[in-house]
Design a protein around this ligand. Structure first.
Ligand SMILES: Nc1nc2c(c(=O)[nH]1)N[C@H]1C(S)=C(S)[C@@H](COP(=O)(O)O)O[C@H]1N2
Ligand SMILES: [Mo]
Length: 432
């Protein structure tokens, strides 16, 4: 009896696998006259018609894990939790909440938040300290929505040469969502910032000692009160029309349009107005970059110990080829659609260009819908590889300020702000 159940289940399982892999089998052995009808199987050896494989740096080579409220993600570390989004997540302009990357610094993160007890504290150098309940936050201030890319400063860190310490992210430490919330400015005005104030500090609900024993028991980041980005910041309670997943900062997080994610405080619990510069570990020691062009230096300059640093700020322009990913060899004459996303922290995307010859010649791609200056902008370009051979597809974006993606990398000890033109090898086979 038990054995029978096992067998039935095994057959069902094989059928499911067979159905989903049929397309893959067909793609990889295209040219085969027909598929084996009876015995669905997964390819065991590398078939002749596979490609060179996805760009090995695109995603970090972690194990696939499934956390509460999340789709299968690539595990970078589990304490603190760091999950990377798989490449195909970025085929659309908005990143689904369940596939949105996850990065925490401290090991103890909130599992649940009792909204009845929860308060957002506005304190420090203010006239009227506030303790806002969740319904009060939603109703007392005007609801505002904006599409915005949240990208980790260390996105793509795994390509740095020489290697640097820190989470070895591929390109999947980024995501775009429609954030809805209230303006930080309205909250600050309600509390009344006292004159002589310098910065506003944000603190999250997570606790515990940071990596290598560094940092305080609390994650805190600050922005200068005279920084114009404060007028664009939201305290967001909604992500793509849903409550935020716990791992992405439920119940509210700060949204700092155009800025790297380190400022996008999750599980925001305190907004604190300071009359002294914030010297906590996460401002004074972490997330600082050389005060040089592109925030880049050489390892030798680094060793000299004389490099002045500044807090990391806006994201440089980037673009990505999402599909094809190089895992399939493409038949000559096959009409491919090159597609992906682009964004910039310094103004919307003006242009995306693609190259099929490694950057020797370029042509304009079509841009998808414009969801605002801080959103992902999808792009596509149809391309039919004429004959068999190896092609290097490259993609480069230009933002509204005229910043063009460079063809040189950067280096800094944090492994931050990578934005070199991306390349993907595509192998085209002879189908005749
Ligand atoms: N409370 C809290 N907020 C945080 C962090 C954190 O460790 N704790 N990390 C920041 C950094 S560095 C990143 S990259 C983003 C990650 O956001 P996500 O997990 O929603 O993708 O959260 C930011 N906000
Ligand atoms: Mo980050």
């Amino acid at each position: 009896m038990a054995e029978n159940i096992l067998k039935t289940n095994r057959r069902k399982w094989l059928q499911t696998i067979g159905a989903s892999s049929a397309a893959i089998v067909f793609q990889q052995f295209f040219g085969a006259t027909r598929l084996a009808a009876q015995e669905p199987s997964v390819p065991k050896t590398v078939p002749d018609f596979t490609g060179p494989g996805p760009n090995p740096y695109w995603n970090s080579p972690g194990q696939i894990v499934t956390y509460a409220q999340k789709a299968p993600m690539i595990l970078l570390t589990d304490r603190p939790v760091q999950l990377e989004s798989p490449r195909r997540t970025f085929l659309s302009a908005f990143t689904p909440n369940e596939a949105f990357f996850v990065r925490w610094h401290l090991p103890v993160i909130p599992n649940t938040v009792d909204l009845k007890a929860w308060r957002l504290h506005v304190e420090g150098n203010v006239e009227h300290p506030l303790a806002l309940g969740f319904p009060e936050l939603m109703t007392r201030f005007k609801a505002v929505s904006l599409a915005g890319v949240n990208q980790c400063s260390g996105n793509s860190r795994s390509v740095f040469q020489p290697r640097v310490a820190g989470g070895q992210w591929g390109n999947g430490a980024m995501g775009n969502a429609l954030w809805t919330g209230v303006r930080l400015r309205e909250i600050l005005d309600a509390a009344g910032v006292k004159s002589g104030s310098l910065q506003v500090q944000f603190e999250g609900l997570d606790r515990g000692v940071g990596p290598r024993g560094l940092g305080s028991n609390r994650f805190m980041k600050s922005l200068d009160l005279n920084n114009p980005v404060l007028d664009e910041c939201l305290v967001a309670y909604s992500m793509n029309h849903e409550p935020l997943p716990m791992l992405n900062g439920f119940p509210v997080r700060l949204v700092v349009p155009g800025y790297f994610a380190t400022y996008w405080m999750k599980g925001l619990t305190s907004i604190r107005v300071l009359d002294q510069p914030d010297e906590n570990f996460w401002m004074k020691a972490a997330y600082r970059v050389p005060d040089t062009p592109r925030n880049s230096i050489t390892p030798e300059e680094m060793k000299s110990g004389k490099v002045a640093t500044i807090p990391i700020a806006r994201m440089p322009v980037r673009s990505f080829l999402i599909s094809p990913d190089g895992s399939s060899k493409v038949p000559a004459g096959f009409p491919l659609r090159l597609q992906g996303v682009a964004f910039s922290g310094t103004g919307g995307i003006r242009k995306v260009e693609v190259s099929a010859d490694g950057g020797a010649s370029w042509r304009d791609a079509h841009l998808g819908e414009d969801f605002g200056a801080y959103s992902f902008r999808t792009w596509f370009s149809d391309w039919t590889p004429p004959r068999a051979g190896k092609y290097t597809v490259a993609v480069r974006a230009t933002d509204a300020k005229g910043n063009v993606q460079p063809d040189t990398g950067v280096w800094n000890p944090g492994g931050y702000e990578w934005n070199k033109i991306e390349r993907q090898e595509i192998v085209v086979g002879d189908a005749s």
